[in-house]
Design a protein around this ligand. Structure first.
Ligand code: COA
Length: 693
């Protein structure tokens, strides 16, 4: 096998080059080779200094995640850093691409760091349920200070080169990276001394302010262990000698690696990448069509958010609204978002102006005639959407992709009204579209592979997590959401109050409970939907009228100051009137109210999700169980550290979940039959992971 580490001499400087595509991940074998190369260079009398660099698109992007299920390797990244600490010759890291996790730790073990202008560094281990394990939590605060290091390890964010310079994490930004790194290495050798990061004192920090941020991290973690452990490890840099702190960091990192949370987050890491791949074409990916100019029809919250997303990614955008008045409000909505970004320091004013300039506003659909793609984001009503598509079909090019942002309507029926329906698909953005990461790409019966491939490429370009869904009412996410929301409503009638359900699910790890979310989103849309669906509802199915009663009272949620809660001065308060309504619903069904324990709320909600998810899978609406995990985590606030409902079901055991579903069926009747796929899997002793392929 070809060696993954080459040593090339540039006069008296050795270039140690790592080459392990695609991202130079540190595998067990690679670590051994790097250590050997460093040791060899140190022994070579003709070499006075060295540069550590990588081939390909990036410097080392971390340890090889695929090896985390096995035992730790013989040589650790910490061993390499120790060899660098003890080195009798200086070693300079030349960073391009993303130097992340163990990759950045290696760089921190070097004696200087030179970055390419577009390079980024970071310690994102907490995103996969870990903390750095090779001294990153001890070296980063010595260079950047404890506060900056705390921010890096708990958010996992990638720090751009100019910021890394400001923080002291990098010594120089250079366009001619390797040349400058060689010069720097030689200069250090000439000087005869070079700094070891481990010897630096951690700059003084306001301990009370540090502890306050750690307390915040703890609160925001909502059950996730890694960010809290990472914060604690940064604290050790303030309190303990270097070697003791590094030993503790390593032990904490290994403990997390073997635990369920890191396994769950690693599952998601893989799941997200698989979900965004083009399916079933025998290795052949149809080339995406170019998309330069995107149209958006409708400038409400959704349409405006979509326009922002496109403009942020550098697309030329034309947004069409029905009247000058509506154009004006769309424009000010978009402007307000950008102004907030400028105010918070996220973008400079010049970038805002540039992005605003990319968006053209109009009241004429004809302005979309040269678009490569148009997304319709008008009201959620089939005839209205069909009307828009009919008009579009007469205006745009025949190869212009037409997408609907519907959240549950039949995309086939929308496609049916246009010329060349094979260029139609659903692009279900989540609100607010410029913030939420998930994008359900709804493949209609006749959608061309090239059109799907274009949508996947576009999702990547605009920074969205794509998941492909089939056509059904609610696709993957909203269909599953409807079912577990029903179970939550049943629990209100059984004896819980909205605040109990919200508290139980927030304790489970959800960002927000379902009733708080309903108040935020507004209750009126759901009400209109229920009225439309009333005629087709199974009369035997259990129906909870509480939401309808709230709407009849004009309580549409936060925007009207009241819904499931009272909303005053941005605060949520429990409303005794809602408790009364809930009790009235129980009485109407002749239910003797009982205390519903938090554990029951959590397990019924989870079982309802999984049962519906099994149907979604059996119908081919989702391609694999892990896609469902990606949807629920990225679009619905399901705790990432549980890996998604399907991964969690595997962890609990499918027989246990099936038994819970059977109990729900017994209690709640029609509509709650155990899904045949779930029954089959239990009978065959299978797990959802077996279907991920
Ligand atoms: N170990 C093993 N494989 C890795 C990896 C790692 N640390 N990081 C990325 N990969 C693989 C991906 O699984 C993907 O493989 P695939 O093509 O078979 O799906 C491939 O490398 C490319 O990754 P992708 O994320 O699709 O590319 P990108 O250019 O969008 O992003 C990174 C590159 C490095 C920014 C991103 O992959 C990343 O954040 N990786 C994890 C970094 C990390 O957490 N490091 C700390 C580990 S302790």
């Amino acid at each position: 096998m070809k060696s993954q580490v080459q040593v090339v001499r540039h006069a008296d400087v050795a270039m140690i080059e790592i080459d392990n595509p695609p991202v130079n991940a540190l595998s067990n074998g690679l670590r051994q080779e790097i250590l050997k190369a460093v040791q060899g260079v140190m022994k070579d009398p003709a070499v006075r200094a060295a540069v550590l660099a990588c081939a390909g698109k990036t410097f080392v992007a971390g340890a090889d995640i695929r090896e985390f299920d096995g035992p730790p390797g013989e040589v650790t990244t910490g061993d390499i850093c120790r060899a660098l600490d003890d080195a009798p010759k200086p070693v300079v890291a030349a960073l391009h691409g993303t130097a992340l996790g163990g990759g950045f730790e290696l760089a921190l073990g070097c004696h200087a760091r030179i970055m390419a202008p577009d390079a980024r560094v970071g310690l994102p281990e907490s995103r996969i349920g870990l903390i750095p394990g090779a001294g990153g939590t001890q070296r980063a605060p010595r260079l950047a200070g404890a506060m900056a290091a705390l921010d890096m390890v708990t958010t996992g964010r990638h720090v751009p080169a100019h910021e890394a310079m400001k923080l002291g994490l990098a010594d120089e930004i250079a366009t001619d990276l390797r040349k400058e790194a060689i010069l720097r290495a030689r200069a250090l050798a000439d000087a005869g001394h070079w700094p070891r990061v481990r010897d630096l004192a951690v700059p003084p920090c306001d301990r009370a302010a540090f502890d306050a941020v750690v307390a915040q991290v703890r609160k925001r973690a909502r059950g996730a262990l890694a960010p809290v452990a990472a914060a604690e490890a940064i604290g050790w840099a303030l309190d303990l000698p270097f070697d003791e702190a590094v030993a503790r960091e390593r032990a904490a990192s290994l403990a997390l690696r073997g635990g369920p949370q890191s396994k769950a987050l690693r599952h998601l890491f893989h799941a997200e990448r698989v979900a965004a791949r083009m399916p079933g074409t025998n290795g052949h990916v149809p080339a995406p069509w170019p998309v330069k100019h995107a149209g958006v029809v409708g400038g409400g919250t959704m349409g405006s958010g979509i326009a922002i997303t496109f403009a942020d990614a550098g697309l030329e955008v034309t947004l069409v609204e029905m009247s000058d008045e509506m154009v004006k409000s769309a424009k000010s909505r978009i402007r307000a978002v950008y102004d907030r970004h400028v105010k918070s320091g996220r973008i400079p004013a010049a970038v805002r102006d540039e992005r605003m300039d990319r968006i053209t506003f109009s009241t004429h659909l004809s302005r979309l005639s040269d678009c490569d793609l148009v997304v319709e984001a008008v009201i959620e009503d089939l005839p209205t959407k069909q009307d828009v598509f009919r008009h579009l079909s007469a205006i745009v090019r025949r190869d212009c992709i037409l997408a609907s942002n519907t959240s549950r309507l039949d995309v086939n029926r929308i496609a049916g009204v246009v010329d060349a329906p094979e260029r139609v698909l659903g692009l279900h953005f989540f609100s607010p579209a410029h913030v939420m990461r998930l994008l359900e790409i709804v493949r209609a019966d006749r959608t061309l592979a090239e059109v799907l491939s274009t949508a996947l490429a576009l999702a990547r370009r605009i920074g969205k997590q794509a998941v492909i869904a089939g056509v059904c009412d609610g696709f993957i996410g909203n269909r599953i959401l409807s079912r577990w929301r029903q179970q939550a409503d049943y629990m209100l009638e059984d004896g819980a109050y909205p605040q109990d359900v919200d508290a139980a699910l927030e304790a489970y790890g959800f960002a927000m409970g379902p009733y708080a979310v309903a108040d935020l989103a507004g209750l009126d849309i759901g009400w209109a939907g229920r009225k439309r669906a009333a005629a087709t509802r199974d009369p035997r199915a259990r129906y909870v009228p509480i939401a309808d009663w709230l709407c009849e009272l004009g309580r549409f949620g936060q925007k009207t100051g009241a819904g499931y809660y009272l909303h005053k001065d941005g605060k949520r308060q429990v409303d005794p009137l809602v408790n009364e309504l809930v009790e009235r619903a129980s009485a109407a069904r002749q239910i003797t109210r009982r205390k519903v324990p938090a554990a029951e709320i959590q397990s019924r909600v989870h079982a309802a999700m999984v049962n519906e998810a099994a149907r979604v899978l059996a119908e081919g609406i989702a391609q694999r169980p892990s896609d469902i995990d990606v949807v629920l985590v990225n679009g619905y606030g399901y705790p990432a550290w549980r890996g998604g409902p399907m991964h969690e079901a595997d962890r609990i055991g499918l027989p246990v979940v099936l038994e819970r579903v059977a109990r729900m069926y017994e209690a709640d009747g029609p509509g709650w039959e155990p899904a045949p796929l779930l029954q089959e899997m239990v009978a065959a002793g299978k797990r959802f992971a077996d279907l991920n392929g």
